[in-house]
Design a protein around this ligand. Sequence first.
Ligand code: S3P
Ligand code: PEP
Length: 674
Amino acid sequence: MTALPTHRPFLDLPPLTGASGTVRLPGSKSISNRVLLLAGLAAGTTAVHDLLDSDDTRVMLDALRALGCTLRDDGGVLHVTGLGGRLHVHEADLFLGNAGTAMRPLTAALAVLAATQGGSFTLAGVPRMHERPIGDLVDALRPLGCQVEDLGTPGYPPLRLHGTAGGTLAVDEPIRVRGDVSSQFLTALLLALPLVAGTRDVVITVDGELISRPYVEITLNLLARFGIEVERQGWSRFTIPAGSRYLTPGHIHVEGDASSASYFVALGAIAADGGAPVRIEGVGLDSIQGDIRFVEAAQAMGAQVRGGPGWLSVHRGLWPLKAITLDCNHIPDAAMTLAAMALYADGTTRLTNIASWRVKETDRIAAMAAELRRVGAVVEEGADFIAVTPPARDAWRAAAVRTYDDHRMAMCLSLAAFNPARVPVRILEPHCVAKTFPGYFDALFGVARARPEDVPVITVDGPTASGKGTLAAEVAQALGYHLLDSGALYRATGLAVMDDGVDPADETAVARVAGLLDLRFDGGRCWLRGQDVTDALRSEQAGMMASRVSALPAVREALHGLQLAFRRAPGLVADGRDMGTVVFPDAELKVYLTASAAQRAERRHKQLISKGISSNIQALRADLEARDLRDSSRTVAPLKPAEDALQLDNSVLTIDESVKRVLGWWSERRPFGG
Ligand SMILES: O=C(O)C1=C[C@@H](OP(=O)(O)O)[C@@H](O)[C@H](O)C1
Ligand SMILES: C=C(OP(=O)(O)O)C(=O)O
């Protein structure tokens, strides 16, 4: 399982200037949750390849598990052994988060199963899910004989579905469902009703105009993969033939998510102007997802897109982008990305026929209008449209934008960071991307470029054992910034010098070792020449050696470029001894961390004891004082606070208190207010 993003109150994006490189997309949410349900209803085992791992699929997996399906992860391939249409568990309380693709289809499937085999199931979600309509689906199920009880506001989750064994359903007459609020109600019936199509055709008719039609095509496509060939007459009559049974295809592959692709198509259109394109892998022009047609909309705005099976490649074409007016009913999710692209258009972009935006993760028309205005755009909204006029160059504002627990708000608004005014953007509650794209920001920073001088840096300098490593790591974690433990570079040089038997006093030889340092930081571990040296770096011996080699000017010079390269979006926290004075003299915040020698000796003593290493506190203190003296009296980059550094004596502060202090200073310096 991939790690879900850390919960942090905000993520600041520096002004971004360009983009190129490759993004590998996570799996499609719509395909993943349909495949999981179909595999869960079928007999036998289905091997699902490239399944999306996100909030929406986790709630579906939890539900299947609770219902008695067997799930086995085998090196990234999920083997789902289904129920074969027979309930194994007759009572369960299911929590479905904010996943429409879990709530609606499971409601239909469990209503039918409970009504025919007996059982009682409650389906609930997050508070917003309890504001998302489901009445049209309930209204379709009740006349069949399904018992659906409203546990809250009628027409909305939570619901209880129950029934007694041996019940039959009235499916001889066509089953009517409204299609103008969400296509997921029809999808839910199509996925569930093969359960009762044993001896007769089951017909579903759609009342009212069906919206979001391409999602119904995904449903039909995947039903066919599971052996069920639904006959469709226009968009108003669907027949599930008598004798339909879910048959596992054995293996099934989930395409990359076409809605997730839209952010990178937009990125290419806005920012890939330097030769190399933004390449998107995992979804291509052969996709079965309707949102692939976002590509046409992006092309109409000026994007240059090429593509093939499983890939897209995007360049900037027209600039500024061309404003468009578009009926977006066929691409309700990706259309939000057009609203963000509209920030860079040559006039007013008008997106119409998007009333369903109002009943999704949030009221997306209202939310998008409010947040685009916050960055400076002029926005008009109506019941079913939004019209966006970009900010004039000097009207762009550094804004803290709200995301309303809506993944797409966070991803769309990140595109505002390419503004010509070079103002940063603060994304509030950025972890909401976990609904469908947990790694979104990493993917974005993997391809987006910022000018180094626009990337914010916080430096934390101070004497040995002052706790700067811990403080810097915590601050970096809180802000989602990169971390440079510059001491580790010197320690690693020290280790490499010992390894190679180089004389630590031979400046030229040591500098050569430093210049060729093959060092990699990854997930809190550090590899030197392919070997994990995380613990070795912390040894007293490495520390003493670091202090010696770091006094050599040629060594400091050799490591300088390496250190500068850590300054990458979204930002950097750099800890060391000369970060604020020499390496990042333009850092926005410089902290000089101190603690009394007695305190530092005691901390180091405790640290060593906890590792089972005995030590003498007096000797430690003498060592520290000797090192302080050597570090502050050396001629190159002596240890001293930068003139503009803020001093923090943490002798009597807890780590949390120190972190809070630094984050407080930081927020005072940011342009977002509050
Ligand atoms: O069936 C699906 O997978 C979906 C259908 C669409 O919803 P509506 O039919 O409610 O527009 C879409 O917005 C949603 O993200 C996924
Ligand atoms: C509307 C969306 O989700 P859901 O599947 O919960 O309807 C979406 O992902 O944009």
